[in-house]
Each structure stands twice: as structure tokens, then as C-alpha cells.
Ligand binder design. Structure first.
Ligand code: NDP
Ligand code: OXD
Length: 315
């Protein structure tokens, strides 16, 4: 047997993914965690937030495919088998994320929350400064697959864009590197975008200390933070306190410390905060499934897997 195991926990609908993989790989057995299967026959596994330990005790396992771009859900399993972990790198997902990032930058540039409130109250008030995109400095934390594409598209919209990553180097915009480059990066940033992975190094990075180092002389009247990386990157009590005292002017958040965002969170109703339900870039089963099926075929044909995660770095 050459079994492909689909191991899904959390809120995702496992059955839809199992159906998709059965159609994409008719030549092999595809099973979900909730059905009986022979553990010795499992050669490949795909996971989104599988219950910890669910992938151990699979002696023939060759690789684990994350059904999303992020792999923090896999790295959090202390019993994760020592096989290659492959993440999603796919133009469909990348394009969706850049749509969301550009939408949020434009929403803050053009004061979308304010004009939505004015419309509801039937208020005609055009008495306000309207900076252009070129007047606004955007800083992208995380210049990988998603950050790089978002930066390119923000440049096309006219924003003044720079990036920040662990290693710096060449990119579509100037990239500041590591701890040494962080202060200069923050000091030139009016709109801070976070597309970092969640690791031991990045957990809680979006906190008051960091927000206080953002530019104070920008054209938006205060810094804005936009996070679609992971909720564990942000300290939500700091975001609310910084919005209250003017350290931050606004926020767009797609990810949260606890998901779904609890009804008690002050973020829901805050007039300067845009909340979306962790769907900035959903994994489309057609696009992502086809990509994984192709990787399995390549590996079985003797070719190397691509998009393999560095488990020492955690992303
Ligand atoms: P990549 O691995 O391609 O890029 C990660 C980037 O973060 C790299 O530039 C890397 O630096 C940088 N980085 C990592 N650690 C550090 C650090 N300690 N200090 C500075 N920079 C660091 O990831 P993707 O772009 O594909 O995805 C990013 C994240 O987006 C995912 O991990 C996931 O959490 C999130 N995501 C969210 C979605 C949503 O719907 N909300 C959908 C998909 C993904 P370097 O280049 O030097 O390695
Ligand atoms: C992902 C996500 O990591 O959807 O792909 O969060």
C-alpha cells in the first residue's frame, strides 16, 4: 500500500481535502484521520493543525506537507517525525495575500473606516488632508515569498516601500537586516506590515516597545500596523493601549492570539481597527492540492522535494 494521510484538526473541513486528494491521486489510497487505516502503509501525510502525536508511529513516512504556507502548527508538535516538512509556496496563495495587504494599505491611506462611519451617519465631511501613496512609507517585516510579492505590488501602487528580514540582501525594495537594521527600518516606517513566520525568535515581536520606535512624522497622523503573519506575533493588550494613547493610529489584523477572536476583545468594535477572520490568503484546495500531488509524483520519480522547511530555523 502507498497511503496518503490527510491529518486535519482545528476549524478546517477535513472531508473536503480528503475528497480533493482522492480525485487528484486516484492511483493511491487517501485516508482521513477519522477512518481506519494501516499505519505501516502511510508514505505521505498532509496536515493542518493535526492533533499532536497524530503523525508519530508511521514507520514508512517520507514527508509531511503543510496545507498552508505557515508551519508553526507542525513545529508545535513535540512528536513530529524527523522527515522533511514541505510548505505551500503557490502563486494562488501569494496573490491572495498581496490583494489583502494592498487593500489594507489603501484602506488606511484613504481612511476607509472613517468614511464608512460617515456614510452610516449620513455625514458629508471632506475637510481633511489626503496624502498620496508616494507620501507614505510602508515597511514590510518578512521579505520571503509573501512579503516580497506584497512589496512589489505596493511599489506599483506608488507607496515608498522598504523591507526587513533576518538576512537582508537583494529584493524588489531596500531590505534592512536583523537586529542591527531594525531601528533604522522602524524609524522610516509609517505603515508596518508583518508577514513573518511565528518562531521562538519572532513571538510577541509586535509589542509596545517596537511600536514606539515607528516614525512619528508621517503623513497619516500616526503609525499603522497590519498583521497577517500569525496572532502569536502580536501583543493585543499593547495594540489596544497604543491605539488609546496615540502610539498607533490604526490597525488591520487577520490573525489573533486566540482564534476565533473572542467576543470580549476590544479589537472587534474599535473604530480604527479592521478585523478579518484569518482568511487573508486561504489555501485553495484545487491549487494547493494539485501542487502537493505534483510534489509526491516528482519525489516518487526520484526528484527532490521543493519548498522544504529548515527545521532548525522553524520556517
Ligand atoms: P517565507 O519563509 O518565504 O518568508 C519568511 C520571511 O521572514 C523571510 O524573509 C525571513 O527572513 C523572515 N524572518 C523569519 N524569521 C525572522 C527573524 N527572526 N527576523 C527577521 N526576519 C525573519 O514565508 P512566507 O512569506 O511564505 O510566509 C510568511 C508567513 O505568513 C507564514 O509563516 C504564515 O505564518 C503567514 N501566512 C498567513 C496567512 C493568512 O491567511 N493570514 C496565509 C499564508 C501565510 P530570511 O529571508 O532572512 O530567511
Ligand atoms: C497559512 C495560513 O499559513 O492560511 O497558509 O495561515
Amino acid at each position: 500500500v502507498n497511503t496518503f494521510l490527510v491529518a486535519i484538526g482545528g476549524a478546517w473541513r477535513g472531508a473536503a481535502w480528503v475528497d480533493r486528494f482522492r480525485r487528484l491521486m486516484p492511483e493511491r489510497q487517501v485516508v482521513g484521520l477519522d477512518e481506519p487505516f494501516d499505519r505501516a502503509g502511510v508514505r505521505w501525510a498532509a496536515s493542518w493543525k493535526h492533533p499532536p502525536g497524530a503523525l508519530s508511529g508511521l514507520p514508512g513516512l517520507e514527508a509531511i506537507f503543510s496545507l498552508g504556507a505557515g508551519v508553526d502548527h507542525l513545529m508545535a508538535d513535540p512528536e513530529l517525525p524527523p522527515v522533511p516538512v514541505v510548505r505551500v509556496v503557490d502563486p494562488d496563495l501569494t496573490g491572495r495575500m498581496s490583494e489583502w495587504i494592498v487593500l489594507q494599505c489603501l484602506a488606511h491611506l484613504r481612511q476607509a473606516p472613517r468614511y464608512a462611519a460617515q456614510q452610516r451617519a449620513k455625514v458629508w465631511d471632506d475637510d481633511d488632508a489626503q496624502p498620496a501613496a508616494r507620501h507614505v512609507r510602508v515597511g514590510v517585516m518578512g521579505m520571503g515569498v509573501l512579503g516580497g510579492d506584497a512589496a512589489t505590488k505596493l511599489v506599483a501602487m506608488g507607496f515608498d516601500v522598504a523591507g526587513w528580514s533576518r538576512s537582508g540582501g537583494e529584493g524588489p525594495v531596500p531590505i534592512y537586516a536583523g537586529a542591527e537594521g531594525l531601528d533604522a527600518f522602524l524609524a522610516r516606517t509609517d505603515v508596518l506590515i508583518c508577514l513573518l513566520p511565528l518562531t521562538d525568535e519572532t513571538r510577541g515581536i509586535l509589542n509596545r516597545d517596537l511600536f514606539a520606535r515607528l516614525a512619528r512624522d508621517g503623513r497619516l497622523g500616526g503609525p499603522v500596523v497590519i498583521n497577517a503573519g500569525r496572532g502569536g506575533l502580536q501583543v493585543e493588550t499593547d495594540i489596544l493601549a497604543c491605539l488609546a494613547d496615540g502610539t498607533l493610529k490604526g490597525a488591520s489584523l487577520d490573525v489573533f492570539e486566540t482564534e476565533p477572536l473572542p467576543a470580549s476583545s476590544g479589537l472587534w468594535a474599535h473604530p480604527a481597527v479592521i478585523v478579518t477572520p484569518h482568511n487573508a490568503a486561504m489555501s485553495d484546495p484545487d491549487a494547493v492540492g494539485a501542487r502537493i500531488a505534483e510534489q509526491v509524483r516528482r519525489a516518487e520519480g526520484g526528484l527532490a522535494l521543493t519548498d522544504v522547511v529548515d527545521r532548525t530555523k522553524g520556517y
